[in-house]
Ligand binder design. Structure first.
Ligand code: 5AD
Ligand code: FES
Length: 349
């Protein structure tokens, strides 16, 4: 089958076989350009020219897990740890609102210091002070906790499954279970959150076959938001000498998922912008429609080191927003107004 025919099928049926996805992941030259162009026009048709900005608040750099790739892993004794207190988190959310953000993403390592009641209280306080959508990105919790956060006012939840290859998952996530993570994602979806998930590109040992399977799993989970980023080796982790993930494969995965879930929200991730100075622009031109700038103070940004070399780290939050707005305009796009709920979610509701 030719790439052109596969793209046509993807546009009409929103589903592809694993082999078809693999062919797209391996596309080069004119074929690759056609993939990107098709994804860009599907993006325009289904979610328009608006690029929505999400204010990312990384509120704790403590983590009980030990993921092999992540700088926040508990075995990284050199990591600088911090916890923001309740009022401080609420203040930063208000500041994000004043800067124009209508979604805040509360992200942290898996930090059980924050109990169900504390998180509910933070969510309620933010919701009663400013009109924003709240996205949580805090990892695995119990059904009861996810339900309580939703009842408290949380709207969306992000949690990547990282890799669908169970062997690799086990190898790189000691003490964690792939099955439990997938169960959490299903609970989150059933509780009525907008669900975000995705994976890492370029974990050592990962094959094209694995990536095709990752793409199919995002489709199967029926994600409303899709986060895909290249792996970047962190010097204080067991994967410090591994090769970084491919920008090209990341862009192709974004493009393919835009075809398979045309109305999803897909960010051009910071990791993409870190490996390629034009990475975010390229992402936005092949299917992405979201950017997630950090709105924290410099002090915290420096300490939340998932991977080294993160862009924008020295910019203050206002400047960062201005910079991203000009990137959006330079691409002939518009800064999204309002909360920018996933159109995929609306259709399902
Ligand atoms: N390189 C790229 N992305 C990483 N993440 C964690 N560590 C790294 C790394 N070294 C990603 C994971 C996680 C998200 C918050 O950050 O995919 O889900
Ligand atoms: Fe924190 Fe992986 S190191 S969830």
């Amino acid at each position: 089958m030719k790439v052109k025919d596969i793209l046509e099928k993807a546009c009409y049926e929103n589903i592809l076989t694993k082999d078809e996805i693999k062919l797209l992941l391996m596309a080069e030259g004119d074929d690759k350009e056609l993939l990107f162009k098709t994804a860009d026009s599907v993006r325009k048709e289904h979610v328009g020219d608006e690029v929505f900005l999400r204010g990312l608040i990384e509120f704790s750099s403590y983590c009980k897990n030990d993921c092999f790739y992540c700088g926040l892993r508990r075995s990284n004794s050199q990591a600088q740890r911090y916890r923001m207190q309740e009022d401080e988190i609420v203040e930063v959310a208000k500041r994000a609102y004043q800067m124009g953000y209508r979604t805040v993403v509360l992200q942290s390592g898996e930090d059980m210091y924050y109990t169900k009641d504390m998180l509910c209280s933070i969510i309620k306080k933010i919701k009663s002070s400013v009109d924003v959508a709240i996205t949580l990105s805090i990892g695995e919790r119990s059904y009861d906790e996810y339900k309580a956060f939703k009842d408290a006012g949380a709207d969306r939840f992000l949690m990547r499954f990282e890799t669908s290859n169970k062997k690799l998952y086990r190898k790189y996530h000691p003490g964690m279970s792939f099955e439990n993570r997938i169960e959490c994602l299903k609970w989150i979806k059933n509780l009525g959150y907008e669900l975000g998930t995705g994976f890492l590109i370029g974990l050592p040992g990962q094959t094209i076959d694995d990536l095709a399977q990752d793409i199919l799993l995002v489709k199967e989970l029926d994600a409303d938001m899709i986060g895909i980023g290249p792996f970047i080796p962190h010097p204080q982790t067991p994967l410090k000498d591994a090769e970084e993930g491919s920008v090209d494969l990341t862009l192709k995965s974004i493009a393919i998922l835009r075809l398979l879930i045309p109305d999803a929200n897909i960010p051009a991730t910071t990791a993409l912008g870190t490996l390629d100075p034009l990475g975010r622009q390229k992402g936005l031109m092949c299917g992405a429609n979201i950017v997630m700038p950090n709105v924290n103070d410099l002090e915290y940004k420096l300490k939340y080191e998932l991977y080294p070399g993160k862009i924008c780290i020295n910019e203050d939050a206002t400047k960062c927003r201005g910079c991203i707005e000009s990137i959006i305009v330079s691409l002939g796009r518009k800064v999204g107004q309002g909360k920018g709920q996933s159109r995929h979610y609306k259709r399902a509701a």
